[in-house]
Design a protein around this ligand. Structure first.
Ligand SMILES: [Zn+2]
Length: 325
């Protein structure tokens, strides 16, 4: 959280896997490398700058992990021609020009990491992104999405759910579906809302109380605990926050513990500026209390109400708390 970065969403230099952290240039996804080592995940995909690739591959070798590169993505965000291509509604949020890794372009290399070369061979056949050829989008068959999810070690219930509902055209806030599917108290071990910083899972769970996801996260948490207890403590602290979720990557986090429909907080901030600017961040920084109703939220600063946020069809947000009881 930006107004208290010592406590929330700062950088973390891990004690174990530090060489991989340095070659990556950030701690995001480090928990997934632990998942490979713990045999909880067959493979992962990641992004490494071309000039860091050799350093990254040797860092992985130290931990007996093997790497397979896919292609280099350059001019990320380059989009007009692709966005206007026929079939562009099927694209994900990642858009770039692509080239073979050794073709001399500067950008981020999309690659796969695993303990096993055989797994790498399987995952690279299903992990490709849609391609734009002659103003037409070529997308992969639906079965490849399923196999890709399986190679990444996601629970079957979550793969099936994601395949049905992760449609950004049909649902502006795709995270609303797992929220609606949550029947008991949200479990912090199923919190995917901070997956690009401190987390135990990288998939969108079928619900925020998914049993399979919670079991997987608990195993990973116990494994990391043996190597880097401080990392576990920091991850837990981020997972047990409260969140206001407008859509994927448009998410605000708050500390504190809700009482009834009132949340008093010290820190409120935007989780991730990768896609959206966080237009409400200043308001939440000024405020100290959220009053959460079904169709609206009031933000209070002391005894003043400073903002009302209405729930509408175009802004179908939800509030969820993973704070301890
Ligand atoms: Zn699930």
């Amino acid at each position: 959280m930006p107004n208290d970065s010592d406590i929330y969403f700062g950088d973390y230099s891990p004690t174990y896997l530090n060489e991989i952290y340095r070659a990556r240039g950030s701690h995001g996804q480090i928990f997934l490398y632990y998942a490979l080592l713990a045999d909880l995940k067959p493979a992962l995909d990641d992004w490494i700058y071309v000039d860091k690739l050799d350093e990254f591959i040797s860092a992985c070798e130290k931990y007996s992990l093997v790497v397979e590169t896919e292609s280099v993505f350059y001019d990320e965000g380059w989009s007009y021609d692709v966005r206007s291509a026929i079939g562009s509604e099927m694209l994900t949020t990642t858009i770039a020009q692509g080239a073979p890794v050794d073709a001399g372009y500067y950008g981020r290399v999309h690659l796969y990491v695993s303990k096993s070369g055989e797994t790498l061979d399987r995952i690279k056949r299903t992990g490709w992104y849609p391609v734009c050829v002659n103003n037409r989008i070529v997308t992969k068959p639906i079965i490849d999405y399923y196999w890709f999810g399986e190679h990444l070690g996601y629970p079957k219930c979550c793969i099936d759910f994601f395949a049905k509902f992760n449609n950004h055209n049909a649902y502006r806030n795709t995270l609303m579906k797992p929220f609606e599917n949550t029947k008991t108290k949200p479990n912090y071990l199923c919190n995917s809302l901070v997956k690009d910083s401190f987390c135990y899972l990288y998939h969108i769970p079928c619900s925020f109380d998914c049993t399979a996801t919670a079991e997987l996260s608990a195993k990973l948490r116990a494994f990391i605990q043996q190597y880097d207890p401080t990392y576990v403590e920091i991850i837990d602290r981020h997972l047990k926050l409260n969140f206001l979720v407008f859509r994927e990557r448009d998410i605000y986090a708050f500390d504190g513990r809700p009482e009834g429909n009132i949340l008093k907080y010290n820190n409120g901030g935007f989780v991730d500026k990768y896609l959206y600017p966080g237009i409400l961040e200043d308001i939440f920084r000024q405020g100290d209390t959220l009053e959460i109703l079904d169709d609206r939220i009031f933000v209070h600063a002391g005894d003043r109400m400073i903002k009302m946020i209405l729930k509408t069809e175009t802004e179908p947000w939800f509030f969820i708390s993973f704070a301890d009881d």
